[in-house]
Ligand binder design. Structure first.
Ligand code: GTP
Length: 354
């Protein structure tokens, strides 16, 4: 629960946008339901206990059932009609959920409920259930193999949070008893190497570097050889993220892969794409591009604490179905959270979990 509170707190910008937007949509044309709320259909894809509770048909005394379910009977309610659906779609699109996903989510929310009067807390529960449903299949921790050293190639555009994520992951793996080595593969920028060394120090993990401008593939080769000799569990390789020249970057990544396969033909075992949530829909383009130039096996979404565009993670899950391993919710070493779809959906929609 403490962890959920932190997540909710960090997703504040996204959740307050959705929460206030949903409240406004209901209040826009609300009627105060002092009478018995209508029984609602139980059809549709709703499965979570919260939502099962709000959609349960009320067969006995509504006030008693309402009280038992913690339902505020005099909450403002609004009839779910075309107008309201359109407003919902717009709100979801403005939170960067993307047009296709927003349409699908609202259609599912409306299924069996068209013409019913809904309160904003019921809508939030429905929305959270839909979001969790989309994200359930992609919530997967980074797989750990028995292969040692497991080689993790970390890709993403400059500034997306690769260095920070490598530092956070290294610290978590170390805390879990794994021996970790980091290779500072963005050899073109001295600042990037220094930054990684700072994170390596924080995590208590060695960082292998090479002179500025040297061949990243050669560093990766040396790092893997050393990690093997040292019996390390994990080697994390940082890479450059200059998408401005896509063919150069593609060639650079391909060369790293070719060269490390001379040491271990099964490497890399994971290719993590780090994405910055503040870039919104642009993150979708980055997945497209990096899937073309590398063999992306999973995603980490950073900076969810700094943006109202958290809905982009739902769009990503819906569009690509790639595993989401973790989310970055701050700049500190312990601000990398495993991705939990129920918690994320509740935090994003501003629900309380009690
Ligand atoms: N608020 C917040 N900031 C983050 C998060 N992850 C990374 N950052 C910040 O984003 C900035 C860029 O992060 P880096 O880790 O340096 O990104 P990079 O992809 O390695 O960038 P280059 O070194 O330019 O290749 C830094 O100021 C980080 O502190 C996060 O989850 N939340």
């Amino acid at each position: 629960m403490a962890f959920f509170s932190k997540l909710k707190d960090r997703l504040f910008k996204s959740s307050s946008k959705l929460e206030q937007g949903l409240d406004a949509i209901v209040e826009d044309a609300a009627e105060i339901a002092v009478s018995t709320p209508e029984p609602e259909s139980t059809s549709g894809p709703v499965t979570t206990p919260d939502v099962a509770a709000v959609t349960a048909p009320e067969t006995s005394s509504p006030s008693l059932v309402g009280r038992l379910l913690g339902r505020k009977i005099d909450e403002p309610r609004r009839v779910l009609d075309d107008d309201m659906l359109e407003q919902l779609e717009e709100l979801l699109i403005s939170s960067d959920m993307g047009v296709d996903t927003a349409l699908r989510v609202t259609a599912n929310m409306a299924e069996g409920r068209f013409g019913k009067r809904l309160s904003s807390s019921e809508i939030k529960n429905l929305l959270a259930a839909e979001i969790a449903r989309i994200m359930e299949n992609v919530a997967k921790p980074m797989p750990i193999y028995s292969k040692r050293p497991q080689v993790v190639l970390v890709v993403g555009v400059n500034g997306s949070g690769k260095t920070t994520t490598i530092g956070k992951l290294a610290s978590q793996f170390k805390a879990a008893g794994k021996s970790v080595v980091i290779a500072a593969g963005d050899t073109f920028r001295a600042a990037a190497v220094e930054q990684l060394q700072v994170w390596g120090d924080r995590a208590g993990v060695p960082v292998l570097t090479a002179p500025e401008g040297s061949d990243p593939a050669s560093l990766a080769f040396d790092a893997l050889t050393k990690a093997q000799d040292d019996g390390a569990d994990l080697l994390m390789i940082d890479t450059a993220g200059r998408l401005q020249n896509r063919s150069d970057l593609m060639e650079e990544l391909a060369k790293i892969v070719r060269v490390i396969r001379k040491v271990d033909p099964t490497a890399p075992h994971n290719t993590l794409l780090v994405l910055d949530a503040t870039t919104g829909q642009n993150a979708l383009n980055q997945v497209d591009v990096f899937q073309k130039i590398s063999d992306v096996s999973g995603l980490v979404m950073t900076k969810l604490d700094g943006t109202a565009r958290g809905g982009v993670l739902v769009a990503l899950a819906d569009k690509f179905g790639l595993p989401i391993h973790a989310i970055g919710v701050g700049e500190q070493i312990d601000d990398l959270a495993p991705f939990d779809p129920q918690d994320f959906a509740a935090a994003l929609t501003g629900l309380d979990k009690t």
